[in-house]
Ligand binder design. Structure first.
Ligand SMILES: [Zn+2]
Length: 379
Protein backbone atom coordinates (compact mmCIF):
# COMPACT_ATOMS: atom_id res chain seq x y z
CA UNK A 1 0.00 0.00 0.00
CA UNK A 2 2.81 2.41 0.85
CA UNK A 3 4.31 1.81 -2.53
CA UNK A 4 0.96 2.58 -4.02
CA UNK A 5 0.81 6.01 -2.33
CA UNK A 6 4.35 6.77 -3.41
CA UNK A 7 3.60 5.86 -6.99
CA UNK A 8 0.47 8.03 -6.92
CA UNK A 9 2.41 10.97 -5.48
CA UNK A 10 5.14 10.55 -8.13
CA UNK A 11 2.50 10.47 -10.85
CA UNK A 12 0.86 13.62 -9.44
CA UNK A 13 4.19 15.43 -9.39
CA UNK A 14 4.93 14.30 -12.94
CA UNK A 15 1.55 15.54 -14.20
CA UNK A 16 1.99 18.90 -12.45
CA UNK A 17 5.43 19.21 -13.95
CA UNK A 18 4.16 18.54 -17.46
CA UNK A 19 1.28 20.98 -16.98
CA UNK A 20 3.56 23.77 -15.74
CA UNK A 21 6.01 23.23 -18.57
CA UNK A 22 3.10 23.19 -21.06
CA UNK A 23 1.47 26.38 -19.81
CA UNK A 24 4.82 28.14 -19.74
CA UNK A 25 5.51 27.07 -23.33
CA UNK A 26 2.10 28.14 -24.52
CA UNK A 27 2.35 31.47 -22.75
CA UNK A 28 5.63 31.98 -24.53
CA UNK A 29 4.14 31.18 -27.91
CA UNK A 30 0.90 33.04 -27.44
CA UNK A 31 -1.56 33.13 -30.30
CA UNK A 32 -0.51 32.29 -33.83
CA UNK A 33 -2.42 34.08 -36.54
CA UNK A 34 -2.60 33.02 -40.15
CA UNK A 35 -4.66 34.83 -42.79
CA UNK A 36 -5.68 33.35 -46.13
CA UNK A 37 -7.44 35.61 -48.61
CA UNK A 38 -9.40 34.99 -51.78
CA UNK A 39 -11.08 37.32 -54.22
CA UNK A 40 -14.55 37.06 -55.73
CA UNK A 41 -15.93 38.88 -58.72
CA UNK A 42 -19.23 38.56 -60.57
CA UNK A 43 -21.37 40.88 -62.71
CA UNK A 44 -22.98 42.28 -59.58
CA UNK A 45 -20.65 41.62 -56.68
CA UNK A 46 -17.05 42.04 -55.66
CA UNK A 47 -15.50 41.09 -52.36
CA UNK A 48 -12.49 39.70 -50.59
CA UNK A 49 -12.94 36.73 -48.32
CA UNK A 50 -10.51 36.34 -45.46
CA UNK A 51 -10.01 33.16 -43.54
CA UNK A 52 -8.39 33.98 -40.23
CA UNK A 53 -6.91 30.99 -38.44
CA UNK A 54 -6.02 31.48 -34.79
CA UNK A 55 -4.04 28.86 -32.95
CA UNK A 56 -3.71 29.12 -29.23
CA UNK A 57 -3.36 27.16 -26.02
CA UNK A 58 -6.22 24.84 -25.08
CA UNK A 59 -7.48 27.06 -22.32
CA UNK A 60 -9.74 29.79 -23.63
CA UNK A 61 -8.05 33.05 -24.51
CA UNK A 62 -10.01 36.18 -25.20
CA UNK A 63 -8.94 37.61 -28.50
CA UNK A 64 -10.03 40.85 -30.07
CA UNK A 65 -9.87 41.29 -33.83
CA UNK A 66 -10.03 44.66 -35.49
CA UNK A 67 -10.10 45.27 -39.21
CA UNK A 68 -8.87 48.59 -40.49
CA UNK A 69 -8.66 50.13 -43.92
CA UNK A 70 -5.68 52.41 -43.44
CA UNK A 71 -6.55 54.01 -40.13
CA UNK A 72 -10.32 53.61 -40.37
CA UNK A 73 -11.79 50.90 -38.16
CA UNK A 74 -14.27 48.83 -40.18
CA UNK A 75 -15.03 45.78 -38.09
CA UNK A 76 -14.43 44.57 -34.59
CA UNK A 77 -14.86 41.09 -33.21
CA UNK A 78 -14.22 39.41 -29.85
CA UNK A 79 -13.83 35.70 -29.48
CA UNK A 80 -12.46 33.02 -27.21
CA UNK A 81 -9.90 30.76 -28.81
CA UNK A 82 -9.66 27.18 -27.60
CA UNK A 83 -7.08 25.31 -29.61
CA UNK A 84 -7.85 26.43 -33.15
CA UNK A 85 -10.33 29.12 -34.08
CA UNK A 86 -11.34 29.91 -37.65
CA UNK A 87 -13.10 33.06 -38.66
CA UNK A 88 -14.40 34.14 -42.05
CA UNK A 89 -14.63 37.78 -42.97
CA UNK A 90 -16.25 39.09 -46.13
CA UNK A 91 -15.08 42.55 -47.05
CA UNK A 92 -15.46 44.96 -49.89
CA UNK A 93 -12.25 45.49 -51.84
CA UNK A 94 -10.12 47.75 -49.64
CA UNK A 95 -7.10 49.85 -50.35
CA UNK A 96 -5.01 49.10 -47.26
CA UNK A 97 -6.65 46.36 -45.21
CA UNK A 98 -5.00 45.73 -41.86
CA UNK A 99 -5.95 43.19 -39.24
CA UNK A 100 -5.08 43.88 -35.62
CA UNK A 101 -5.20 40.91 -33.27
CA UNK A 102 -4.95 41.55 -29.55
CA UNK A 103 -4.88 39.12 -26.60
CA UNK A 104 -3.67 39.43 -23.02
CA UNK A 105 -1.27 42.34 -23.30
CA UNK A 106 -0.09 41.52 -26.80
CA UNK A 107 -0.97 43.04 -30.16
CA UNK A 108 -0.14 41.78 -33.62
CA UNK A 109 -0.77 43.73 -36.81
CA UNK A 110 -1.11 41.98 -40.15
CA UNK A 111 -1.25 43.77 -43.46
CA UNK A 112 -3.78 41.84 -45.48
CA UNK A 113 -2.64 41.91 -49.06
CA UNK A 114 -3.64 39.19 -51.47
CA UNK A 115 -0.53 37.61 -52.87
CA UNK A 116 -0.09 36.30 -56.41
CA UNK A 117 -0.99 32.84 -55.19
CA UNK A 118 -4.38 33.88 -53.79
CA UNK A 119 -7.38 32.23 -55.38
CA UNK A 120 -9.66 34.34 -57.55
CA UNK A 121 -13.18 33.28 -58.48
CA UNK A 122 -14.90 35.09 -61.34
CA UNK A 123 -18.46 33.88 -61.54
CA UNK A 124 -20.73 34.30 -64.54
CA UNK A 125 -24.17 32.98 -65.40
CA UNK A 126 -22.91 29.66 -66.76
CA UNK A 127 -19.14 29.81 -66.51
CA UNK A 128 -16.91 30.22 -63.46
CA UNK A 129 -13.24 31.07 -63.76
CA UNK A 130 -10.91 30.05 -60.96
CA UNK A 131 -7.36 31.18 -61.19
CA UNK A 132 -4.46 32.61 -59.24
CA UNK A 133 -4.33 36.31 -58.62
CA UNK A 134 -1.05 36.76 -60.47
CA UNK A 135 -2.78 35.62 -63.68
CA UNK A 136 -6.09 37.32 -62.95
CA UNK A 137 -4.25 40.62 -62.65
CA UNK A 138 -3.19 40.32 -66.29
CA UNK A 139 -6.80 40.73 -67.47
CA UNK A 140 -7.81 44.15 -68.74
CA UNK A 141 -11.51 43.21 -68.60
CA UNK A 142 -12.10 39.83 -66.96
CA UNK A 143 -15.89 40.27 -66.86
CA UNK A 144 -15.90 41.18 -70.55
CA UNK A 145 -14.36 37.81 -71.43
CA UNK A 146 -16.61 35.99 -68.98
CA UNK A 147 -19.63 37.52 -70.70
CA UNK A 148 -18.35 36.18 -74.02
CA UNK A 149 -18.00 32.69 -72.55
CA UNK A 150 -21.51 32.88 -71.09
CA UNK A 151 -22.82 33.83 -74.53
CA UNK A 152 -20.85 30.98 -76.10
CA UNK A 153 -22.42 28.57 -73.60
CA UNK A 154 -25.89 29.72 -74.63
CA UNK A 155 -25.06 29.43 -78.32
CA UNK A 156 -23.86 25.83 -77.84
CA UNK A 157 -27.09 25.05 -76.00
CA UNK A 158 -29.05 26.55 -78.88
CA UNK A 159 -27.13 24.42 -81.39
CA UNK A 160 -27.45 21.03 -79.69
CA UNK A 161 -30.67 21.55 -77.74
CA UNK A 162 -29.35 20.62 -74.31
CA UNK A 163 -26.81 21.57 -71.66
CA UNK A 164 -24.17 19.41 -69.97
CA UNK A 165 -23.95 18.59 -66.26
CA UNK A 166 -27.68 19.20 -65.74
CA UNK A 167 -27.09 22.90 -66.21
CA UNK A 168 -24.51 23.21 -63.43
CA UNK A 169 -22.05 26.02 -64.04
CA UNK A 170 -18.90 24.95 -65.84
CA UNK A 171 -15.75 25.87 -63.97
CA UNK A 172 -12.52 26.69 -65.77
CA UNK A 173 -9.78 26.06 -63.26
CA UNK A 174 -6.10 26.90 -63.41
CA UNK A 175 -4.05 23.78 -62.64
CA UNK A 176 -0.38 23.47 -61.76
CA UNK A 177 -0.03 19.87 -62.86
CA UNK A 178 -0.08 19.18 -66.59
CA UNK A 179 -3.65 18.03 -67.27
CA UNK A 180 -2.76 16.30 -70.56
CA UNK A 181 -3.08 19.27 -72.90
CA UNK A 182 -3.20 23.07 -73.14
CA UNK A 183 -6.55 22.66 -71.39
CA UNK A 184 -8.72 19.61 -70.86
CA UNK A 185 -12.51 19.44 -71.11
CA UNK A 186 -14.87 18.32 -68.38
CA UNK A 187 -16.23 20.04 -65.32
CA UNK A 188 -13.99 21.57 -64.30
CA UNK A 189 -12.15 22.37 -67.49
CA UNK A 190 -8.52 22.18 -66.41
CA UNK A 191 -6.34 24.97 -67.80
CA UNK A 192 -2.60 24.47 -67.55
CA UNK A 193 -1.11 27.32 -65.56
CA UNK A 194 2.03 28.12 -67.65
CA UNK A 195 -0.14 28.72 -70.75
CA UNK A 196 -2.48 31.19 -69.11
CA UNK A 197 -0.46 34.46 -69.21
CA UNK A 198 -0.03 34.39 -73.02
CA UNK A 199 -3.69 33.45 -73.48
CA UNK A 200 -4.79 36.41 -71.38
CA UNK A 201 -2.62 38.74 -73.48
CA UNK A 202 -4.56 37.49 -76.53
CA UNK A 203 -7.87 37.93 -74.72
CA UNK A 204 -6.83 41.53 -74.03
CA UNK A 205 -6.53 41.96 -77.82
CA UNK A 206 -10.15 40.90 -78.24
CA UNK A 207 -9.64 37.16 -78.69
CA UNK A 208 -12.54 35.01 -77.48
CA UNK A 209 -9.95 32.24 -77.24
CA UNK A 210 -10.23 29.23 -79.51
CA UNK A 211 -8.77 26.88 -76.88
CA UNK A 212 -11.39 27.57 -74.23
CA UNK A 213 -14.30 27.75 -76.71
CA UNK A 214 -13.07 24.37 -77.95
CA UNK A 215 -13.09 22.81 -74.47
CA UNK A 216 -16.57 24.14 -73.75
CA UNK A 217 -17.62 22.61 -77.06
CA UNK A 218 -16.32 19.21 -75.89
CA UNK A 219 -18.56 19.56 -72.83
CA UNK A 220 -21.51 20.13 -75.17
CA UNK A 221 -20.93 16.71 -76.72
CA UNK A 222 -22.77 15.57 -73.57
CA UNK A 223 -22.61 11.78 -73.35
CA UNK A 224 -20.75 11.62 -76.67
CA UNK A 225 -23.59 9.85 -78.48
CA UNK A 226 -23.02 11.53 -81.87
CA UNK A 227 -19.23 11.73 -81.57
CA UNK A 228 -17.06 9.66 -83.91
CA UNK A 229 -14.08 11.99 -83.54
CA UNK A 230 -14.11 14.32 -80.50
CA UNK A 231 -11.85 16.98 -82.05
CA UNK A 232 -13.97 17.17 -85.19
CA UNK A 233 -17.14 17.46 -83.15
CA UNK A 234 -15.73 20.16 -80.85
CA UNK A 235 -14.31 22.28 -83.68
CA UNK A 236 -17.32 21.99 -85.94
CA UNK A 237 -19.73 23.13 -83.22
CA UNK A 238 -17.35 25.92 -82.29
CA UNK A 239 -17.65 27.42 -85.78
CA UNK A 240 -21.39 27.85 -85.13
CA UNK A 241 -20.68 29.79 -81.96
CA UNK A 242 -18.04 32.01 -83.55
CA UNK A 243 -20.29 32.69 -86.53
CA UNK A 244 -23.44 33.26 -84.51
CA UNK A 245 -21.82 35.60 -81.98
CA UNK A 246 -19.62 37.37 -84.53
CA UNK A 247 -16.63 36.47 -82.43
CA UNK A 248 -12.96 37.00 -83.05
CA UNK A 249 -10.44 34.22 -82.63
CA UNK A 250 -6.76 33.87 -83.36
CA UNK A 251 -5.79 30.55 -84.90
CA UNK A 252 -2.35 29.65 -86.20
CA UNK A 253 -1.21 33.24 -85.73
CA UNK A 254 -4.04 34.69 -87.86
CA UNK A 255 -7.17 36.53 -86.81
CA UNK A 256 -10.58 35.22 -87.79
CA UNK A 257 -12.71 38.24 -87.07
CA UNK A 258 -16.42 37.71 -87.63
CA UNK A 259 -17.24 41.22 -86.42
CA UNK A 260 -15.60 42.41 -89.63
CA UNK A 261 -17.82 41.57 -92.65
CA UNK A 262 -14.68 41.17 -94.73
CA UNK A 263 -12.71 39.34 -92.07
CA UNK A 264 -11.20 35.90 -92.54
CA UNK A 265 -13.55 32.95 -91.96
CA UNK A 266 -12.77 29.63 -90.29
CA UNK A 267 -13.72 27.88 -93.55
CA UNK A 268 -10.43 29.25 -94.90
CA UNK A 269 -8.49 27.79 -92.00
CA UNK A 270 -9.94 24.31 -92.39
CA UNK A 271 -9.53 24.42 -96.19
CA UNK A 272 -5.83 25.17 -95.65
CA UNK A 273 -5.58 22.31 -93.15
CA UNK A 274 -7.23 19.94 -95.64
CA UNK A 275 -4.84 21.09 -98.37
CA UNK A 276 -1.87 20.46 -96.11
CA UNK A 277 -2.67 16.75 -96.06
CA UNK A 278 -3.74 16.71 -99.71
CA UNK A 279 -7.37 16.15 -98.77
CA UNK A 280 -9.10 19.04 -100.55
CA UNK A 281 -11.20 16.73 -102.71
CA UNK A 282 -11.06 13.43 -100.92
CA UNK A 283 -10.19 12.33 -97.39
CA UNK A 284 -7.46 9.79 -96.89
CA UNK A 285 -8.57 9.15 -93.33
CA UNK A 286 -12.11 10.33 -92.67
CA UNK A 287 -12.01 9.22 -89.05
CA UNK A 288 -8.71 10.62 -87.80
CA UNK A 289 -8.04 13.63 -90.03
CA UNK A 290 -10.48 15.80 -88.16
CA UNK A 291 -9.49 19.15 -89.71
CA UNK A 292 -10.01 17.85 -93.25
CA UNK A 293 -13.35 16.38 -92.15
CA UNK A 294 -14.32 19.73 -90.58
CA UNK A 295 -13.57 21.37 -93.95
CA UNK A 296 -16.10 19.06 -95.65
CA UNK A 297 -18.80 19.49 -93.03
CA UNK A 298 -18.41 23.28 -93.21
CA UNK A 299 -19.04 23.04 -96.95
CA UNK A 300 -22.23 21.13 -96.19
CA UNK A 301 -23.17 23.74 -93.61
CA UNK A 302 -22.76 26.45 -96.26
CA UNK A 303 -24.99 24.42 -98.55
CA UNK A 304 -27.84 23.69 -96.13
CA UNK A 305 -27.35 26.15 -93.24
CA UNK A 306 -27.26 25.40 -89.51
CA UNK A 307 -30.95 24.52 -89.04
CA UNK A 308 -30.63 20.90 -90.27
CA UNK A 309 -27.68 20.50 -87.87
CA UNK A 310 -29.74 21.79 -84.94
CA UNK A 311 -32.49 19.32 -85.81
CA UNK A 312 -29.91 16.55 -86.19
CA UNK A 313 -28.47 17.06 -82.69
CA UNK A 314 -31.97 17.11 -81.24
CA UNK A 315 -32.89 13.92 -83.07
CA UNK A 316 -29.85 12.25 -81.49
CA UNK A 317 -30.98 13.44 -78.07
CA UNK A 318 -34.32 11.73 -78.60
CA UNK A 319 -32.70 8.34 -79.12
CA UNK A 320 -32.68 5.82 -76.33
CA UNK A 321 -29.18 4.57 -75.57
CA UNK A 322 -29.72 1.25 -77.36
CA UNK A 323 -30.75 3.12 -80.53
CA UNK A 324 -27.44 5.02 -80.55
CA UNK A 325 -24.99 3.49 -83.05
CA UNK A 326 -21.88 2.22 -81.34
CA UNK A 327 -19.30 2.35 -84.17
CA UNK A 328 -17.82 5.52 -85.71
CA UNK A 329 -19.18 4.45 -89.12
CA UNK A 330 -22.62 3.88 -87.63
CA UNK A 331 -22.62 7.32 -86.01
CA UNK A 332 -21.48 9.02 -89.21
CA UNK A 333 -24.16 7.27 -91.27
CA UNK A 334 -26.96 8.23 -88.91
CA UNK A 335 -25.67 11.81 -88.70
CA UNK A 336 -25.59 12.17 -92.49
CA UNK A 337 -28.99 10.50 -92.77
CA UNK A 338 -30.50 13.09 -90.41
CA UNK A 339 -28.81 15.94 -92.29
CA UNK A 340 -30.37 14.74 -95.54
CA UNK A 341 -33.81 14.34 -94.02
CA UNK A 342 -33.79 17.71 -92.26
CA UNK A 343 -32.36 19.62 -95.21
CA UNK A 344 -34.56 17.81 -97.71
CA UNK A 345 -31.39 17.19 -99.77
CA UNK A 346 -29.69 13.96 -100.73
CA UNK A 347 -26.13 14.66 -99.63
CA UNK A 348 -24.98 11.04 -99.76
CA UNK A 349 -23.19 11.29 -103.14
CA UNK A 350 -21.26 14.29 -101.89
CA UNK A 351 -20.10 12.50 -98.73
CA UNK A 352 -19.18 9.37 -100.73
CA UNK A 353 -17.17 11.47 -103.17
CA UNK A 354 -15.26 12.97 -100.24
CA UNK A 355 -14.37 9.51 -99.02
CA UNK A 356 -16.79 9.10 -96.11
CA UNK A 357 -17.98 5.50 -95.67
CA UNK A 358 -21.68 6.05 -96.36
CA UNK A 359 -23.36 2.67 -96.71
CA UNK A 360 -25.75 1.59 -99.44
CA UNK A 361 -28.31 1.08 -96.73
CA UNK A 362 -28.07 4.76 -95.72
CA UNK A 363 -28.33 5.87 -99.35
CA UNK A 364 -31.46 3.73 -99.81
CA UNK A 365 -32.99 4.99 -96.55
CA UNK A 366 -32.36 8.62 -97.50
CA UNK A 367 -33.83 8.18 -101.00
CA UNK A 368 -36.87 6.44 -99.64
CA UNK A 369 -37.51 9.07 -97.01
CA UNK A 370 -37.00 11.98 -99.39
CA UNK A 371 -39.19 10.46 -102.11
CA UNK A 372 -42.01 9.91 -99.65
CA UNK A 373 -41.80 13.57 -98.73
CA UNK A 374 -40.78 12.85 -95.18
CA UNK A 375 -38.56 15.72 -94.15
CA UNK A 376 -39.30 16.46 -90.55
CA UNK A 377 -39.99 13.32 -88.59
CA UNK A 378 -37.52 10.53 -89.26
CA UNK A 379 -37.74 7.26 -87.44
ZN1 LIG B 1 -10.07 18.88 -77.95
Amino acid sequence: MRHGYLALAALFIAIMGVYLAYSWLVKGEGIQVKVEGSYYLSYSEEYVKLKVILRGPRRGIRVSLKLFDGSVLLKEKELTVCGVGVLFLKLPPLKRPRLVVAWDDKVETINVRLGGGALVRVEGKHIVLMLRKRNFDLFEDPLGWLRKLDMAYEAYAELVGAVPYNGAKIAIVEVKEYPGGWAVAGNPIKWYSPYIPDAIKQINEGDWLFGILHEISHDFDLDGRWVWNPEFSANFKMVYVVEKLRAKVKVGGLWYDYSDPRGRRLEEYYAIMAAKTGEEKRLRDWLNHNDAATDKFLRVKNLIGWEPFKKTYRAWLNLSWNEVPKTPEGKLNLFVYYLCIFSGKDLTDLFIEWGFPITEETVAKVREALSSGCSSAPK
